[in-house]
Structures are given as structure tokens and as C-alpha cells.
Ligand binder design. Structure first.
Ligand SMILES: Cc1cc2nc3c(=O)[nH]c(=O)nc-3n(C[C@H](O)[C@H](O)[C@H](O)COP(=O)(O)OP(=O)(O)OC[C@H]3O[C@@H](n4cnc5c(N)ncnc54)[C@H](O)[C@@H]3O)c2cc1C
Length: 443
């Protein structure tokens, strides 16, 4: 069996490793046009910031691939012939396959802004982007970041780490308005303020202005304000990379369309990770998942189907995490940014503004817990997932909150303060915190 995988990101590599485990005899070829070896995309920022060297973000040593009989091809797949089961590469090679996985990831989304093609204007997705950013921000005084999401804050932090003034334009009234409730967004805003990053909310980009050499010199906002800068980072989201699928007659919409087994419309062709769009996502799940851990899960799941053990993909309880400068963020389950009928929430914030917890639960009895937002606290994933899956009542969760503390030895314990705040907000169902040995030993 020859499996050809287009894309050596987390999805493609997870699939390759799982197939190798299940089918020691399989021939596996990974094709990528970005890098010869797999690297961790989420760690790109740390290379720019000087915390890691480029070789540090490769999770596997270079000898690992040959040792595991995983053939690596550094080239672009240009045409897929699904009838003949062949893929043509831009280096002139043609690969015959028995099964093919499209794991082509995403690409930065760009609206049609005048001036977006000027030198010094870019997104951040891949290694060429990192190289361009390193080159074009060298010695500059100010960069403008467009977009109030996760990559926007990363770009601001990256500029800040090199002493470059960062100006962030955010369309919403607060940071990451589609995901974070205003209270949590305020905590992120405090991080911006403390790190000297200027953020303009309710501000949209209208135009990017260039100089005589074709380099960016300023941006103009829709309010008509001109902000001088020497670099612009566009962080307005990503979109599935469907180029190869689309030109090869594989059915696409926003992403490559797949069923629950991650099969595309073409026989023996699968798609997984950022590039895939689920035709029928399960209730509460999204059609396109652009996350590191869902890439890994999809890659491992599709491997089983490829090896003759058809396995439907189910993500389970939603989870995500990020870091905003020094503030860690975790979210589990349903955690809407604004009010939703039938869902209530309890919010606690530490007076320092460096920690907060929101617990979402059913407004009606039995007040089953639905989700969590944690800022500056580390919760145990398996405990939160268990509570959500078992629909445990919020009062029980509060009483047992210490179970979710990631590591009581190392992380400050706020359970007593959280439960006291809960009892003030919901006096009709007072909770007594069940103490565990050592639970309140520190702070
Ligand atoms: C800066 C940044 C920070 C992020 N931080 C987080 C985070 O903290 N947490 C999180 O969960 N997610 C994060 N993400 C998202 C996460 O990295 C992605 O969801 C994940 O990497 C997607 O993996 P993938 O394998 O599906 O695709 P990719 O990693 O995009 O890999 C696809 C590869 O296929 C190659 N390719 C495409 N077409 C072809 C072709 N025709 N021929 C050959 N090669 C091709 C591409 O060049 C690319 O190398 C971040 C993303 C970025 C850009």
C-alpha cells in the first residue's frame, strides 16, 4: 500500500506516524513545498523573538524519517489525477498512490485592501512569512497590526520583543470580540497596556500607503486617520488551502468537503486538518477546525480509515488555549462571547486583573455545567471535559473546584475566593468547598 500525503504539517505527520504504527509494511511518502522537515507552526513566533532557534522547532531529529521509512519529498503537488491515482509534482516527478491524503493546511486571508501588495505588508503563516518579517522589520520604528485575534496579539508581541512600537487595529469594541466576553477581553487589554502596545478598538483599515520605492509608509483608517509605519501585519484570519483539490475536481466549498470518515468526493482521496470542511459537523461542532490539536486528531483518525479500520471523526468537547503576552487562556465546552438564551454564567476575577474564571451552565435546573473560560489559571483538561460530558451541576463543580487545579503545588490557589464569589452571586444555592489535602497550603 502506497500512501501519499500532501502537506507535512501536524495533520500529515500525525497520519503518517499512525499508519506506520498500524501498517509496518506500508510505503508512505510525505510531500511538502514549505520545508523538507516537519516543524511546529505554533512556535514560529518564538524563533522571531529569539527564544528558540529554527532547529529547536523541529519535533523530530532529521534521521527520524528515514529510520521510520517515511519518504520526504520537498516539492509542490501541482495536479492530482484521481482516475489514474497519480499526483504530479513541480519537480517533474509523478507519484502513483493507493491512498492520498490532502493535508494542505490554510493560507492567510486577505481582504482587498488598496496597497496590500506593497513591500513590508504580510501575514504570518509559514516559514517564508517568518523570513520576510525578520527582514522587513529589521531596524524599523513602528509596525501596524490589523486584526484582533490570536495571530494579531502574537504579531504585536513579536514586534514588542524587538523594541518596535506596535499599533493594533481592532474592528470590534474589545479584543477578540467574537470569542471573548468583554470582561475576559479587558484582561487581555491590560496586557497590551502593560507592554506598551497601543490598540485602537472600533478601528478598521481602509488603505495601505506606499512610498516612491513601493514600500509601506503608513496606513489610513476608515475614520480617515493616517498612521505612519514601516511594516504592516495582516492578521485577519486564515482560509483553507484548497488549490490542489479545486484544480483536480475534488469537491470543495470553503474547504475540501469530507464526510465523517474524512473521505473526499474522489475515491481513495482523504482530507484532514485545516484544509478539510466537514459536510455534516456534529451538533455543537464546527465545519472547519483550524487548530493544532484537531489537526493531530484528524490525522490519527483518518489513518485508521486508510488502514481498513473505518473510524468516524468526533472531536468531542471543544478545547482551545493561547497565551496573550504573560496571560494564559484556556477554554472548554460552550463558552459564548455574549448572552445566549438558556445559558447562565458565573464570573470571578482576581483583584490583580491577572486571573479570572468563567463557568457557563444551564440557566434551568439542574444547572448542568456547559463550559469554562480560564485566564491566568491552568485547569486540568480531563476534569473539565468530564464535568461537561457528565453534565455535572454547577454547584457540585464549585464544591470540587480544587480537582481542576492543574498543579496545586505550582499554581496559586484561588478556589476559596472563587467559591465565595459564587455564593455571593448565587446565594440561593450556597456551596461549601470540599478541601483536599494541601489545597490551601499556599497563598
Ligand atoms: C502563527 C500561528 C500560530 C498558531 N498558534 C496556534 C496555537 O497556539 N494553537 C493552535 O491550536 N493552533 C495554532 N495555530 C494553528 C495551527 O498551527 C494549525 O491549525 C495547524 O498547523 C494546521 O496543521 P495542518 O497540518 O492541517 O496544515 P499546515 O500546518 O498548514 O501544513 C500544510 C502544509 O502543506 C503544504 N502544502 C500545501 N499545498 C501543497 C502542495 N500543493 N504541495 C506541497 N505542499 C503543500 C503547506 O505549505 C504546508 O506546509 C497557529 C497558526 C499560526 C499560523
Amino acid at each position: 500500500m502506497h500512501l501519499v500525503i500532501i502537506g507535512n504539517g501536524i495533520t500529515g505527520v500525525s497520519c503518517a506516524l499512525e499508519v506506520r504504527r498500524l501498517r509496518p509494511d506500508a510505503q508512505i511518502t510525505l510531500v511538502s513545498n514549505e520545508s523538507a522537515f516537519h516543524y511546529s507552526r505554533t512556535a514560529l513566533m518564538y524563533v522571531y523573538m529569539g527564544h528558540l532557534r529554527p532547529q529547536d522547532i523541529k519535533p523530530y531529529e532529521d534521521w527520524f524519517w528515514a529510520e521510520n521509512r517515511l519518504a520526504l519529498v520537498h516539492a509542490t503537488a501541482t495536479t492530482l489525477d484521481t482516475a489514474e491515482k497519480r499526483v504530479v509534482l513541480d519537480n517533474g516527478t509523478t507519484l502513483a498512490y493507493d491512498h492520498l491524503l490532502l493535508a494542505t493546511g490554510s493560507e492567510s486571508r486577505r481582504a482587498d485592501w488598496p496597497g496590500q501588495h506593497l513591500a513590508g505588508v504580510q501575514g504570518l503563516y509559514n516559514l517564508p512569512d517568518l523570513e520576510a518579517m525578520s527582514r522587513d522589520t529589521h531596524g524599523i520604528a513602528r509596525g501596524v497590526v490589523v486584526g484582533g485575534g490570536l495571530i494579531g496579539v502574537e504579531l504585536a508581541e513579536m514586534l514588542h520583543s524587538r523594541g518596535i512600537a506596535a499599533e493594533v487595529l481592532v474592528r470590534d469594541a474589545h479584543y477578540w470580540g467574537s470569542v471573548l466576553p468583554p470582561a475576559e477581553a479587558n484582561l487581555v487589554d491590560r496586557q497590551f497596556v502593560e507592554n506598551g502596545v497601543s490598540v485602537r478598538y472600533r478601528t478598521e483599515l481602509a488603505e495601505i500607503l506606499g512610498d516612491a520605492q513601493g514600500r509601506v509608509r503608513a496606513v489610513r483608517t476608515t475614520a480617515g486617520e493616517e498612521i505612519a509605519c514601516q511594516w504592516v501585519g495582516l492578521a485577519t484570519g486564515v482560509t483553507p488551502n484548497v488549490v490542489l483539490a479545486k484544480t483536480s475536481g475534488v469537491e470543495t466549498d470553503r474547504g475540501v468537503l469530507v464526510n465523517e470518515f474524512l473521505q473526499t468526493s474522489a475515491p481513495h482521496v482523504y482530507a484532514a486538518g485545516d484544509c478539510a470542511q466537514h459536510r455534516q459537523p456534529a451538533a455543537g461542532e464546527v465545519a472547519i477546525e483550524q487548530l493544532w490539536y484537531t489537526g493531530r486528531m484528524q490525522g490519527e483518525t483518518v489513518a485508521r480509515s486508510i488502514c481498513g479500520q473505518p473510524t468516524a471523526y468526533r472531536r468531542g468537547v471543544w478545547f482551545n488555549s493561547a497565551k496573550f503576552f504573560n496571560l494564559e487562556y484556556q477554554t472548554y465546552g460552550q463558552a459564548p462571547a455574549g448572552p445566549v438564551a438558556g445559558i447562565d454564567s458565573f464570573y470571578w476575577e482576581h483583584p490583580s486583573g491577572r486571573a479570572a474564571l468563567r463557568v457557563y451552565f444551564q440557566a434551568e435546573a439542574p444547572a448542568a455545567v456547559l463550559g469554562f473560560n480560564a485566564m491566568g489559571l491552568r485547569l486540568r483538561q480531563e476534569v473539565c471535559e468530564h464535568w461537561i460530558r457528565q453534565r455535572v451541576a454547577v454547584a457540585v463543580v464549585m464544591a470540587e473546584l480544587g480537582k481542576a487545579n492543574f498543579d496545586p503545588e505550582f499554581f496559586p490557589q484561588h478556589e476559596a475566593a472563587i467559591v465565595a464569589a459564587f455564593n455571593r452571586q448565587f446565594p440561593e444555592q450556597p456551596v461549601v468547598l470540599r478541601q483536599r489535602k494541601g489545597l490551601f497550603a499556599r497563598r
